[in-house]
Design a protein around this ligand. Structure first.
Ligand SMILES: CN(C)c1cccc(CNc2ccc(C(N)=O)cn2)c1
Length: 245
């Protein structure tokens, strides 16, 4: 899968790509990442990419011509890839959209800076996405967040083959269950004995029950998105009864 990122800070992208799951994904050839710097497409001597907003107002905006030229270059290199603009005004990125993106050949991500971009660039944007209701100095972190969330879904990218498939959110939208590893006792607290039982059916049931219970407690809005089987309803009732004790 090929990602083309339009950014005036390409090093912010490449620096992050040197480590971790994205770095390994590139080394394995599972993903290709290219950056396009609007400064390289600026037609003035000072490689200017920003200017003051018409109508006044604080801060600067990214000018349309360098961005449109960078988008055109990215489209030529990544034909058919949708152009996604990361902005606080975008639709909220959820795991369901991440899974849809994992199925496409390529993505072009537009990372804005300053107070945003000239509105006329949006004629070349296919969709606007937000990673959350907060404002950052630039769209580079949101672009990296989207890229990493999508790359994790690609077969062969994660170490343990089933990791992404076992993602709690991948389990049809539940929060993750508690996890434990050695040592068996930490600060006087022991690992739940079920996890040491070797009874894999019981362990799977316990983990599902914990996910259901935690989702009900912390994110009832997420639980509401999910139809519970009879067994899951029973597990959740038992969880609540135990909590109630
Ligand atoms: C209106 N304005 C300030 C603005 C407009 C566009 C881009 C940017 C760059 N910053 C970003 C980008 C995305 C997100 C997100 N939540 O995904 C947060 N911040 C800022």
């Amino acid at each position: 899968m090929r990602f083309d990122i339009i950014t005036i800070f390409p090093e912010l992208i490449h620096g992050y790509l040197r480590e971790g799951v994205l770095g390994r994904g590139q080394a394995k050839g599972l993903i290709q990442v290219h950056t396009w710097n609007p400064r390289d497409f600026s037609d003035n001597a000072y490689r200017r990419v920003d200017d003051r907003p018409f109508g006044g107002g604080p801060g600067m905006l990214m000018m349309a011509p360098p961005l449109l030229a960078a988008i055109a270059a990215a489209r030529a290199a990544n034909p058919g890839a949708p152009v996604l603009y990361l902005s606080p005004q975008g639709q909220r990125l959820q795991q369901s959209a991440v899974q849809d993106f994992a199925g496409v050949e390529g993505l072009i991500l537009l990372a804005g800076r300053y107070e945003g971009i000239d509105e006329r660039v949006l004629a070349e944007v296919d969709a606007e996405w937000s990673i959350g209701d907060y404002v950052l100095a630039g769209g580079e972190l949101p672009a990296l967040v989207l890229m990493e969330a999508v790359a994790r879904q690609l077969p062969g990218l994660l170490g343990h083959a089933d990791s992404a498939a076992e993602d709690s959110f991948a389990d049809a939208g539940l929060l993750d269950c508690p996890h434990y590893t050695r040592p068996e006792v930490v600060g006087g607290k022991k690992v739940p004995e079920v996890l040491l039982s070797g009874d894999h059916a019981r362990i799977r049931r316990w983990r599902l029950q914990q996910s259901l219970g935690r989702t009900a407690e912390r994110r009832p809005d997420v639980l509401a998105q999910r139809v519970l089987s009879a067994q899951e309803q029973q597990l959740l009732e038992d969880y609540r009864r135990q909590d109630g004790e």
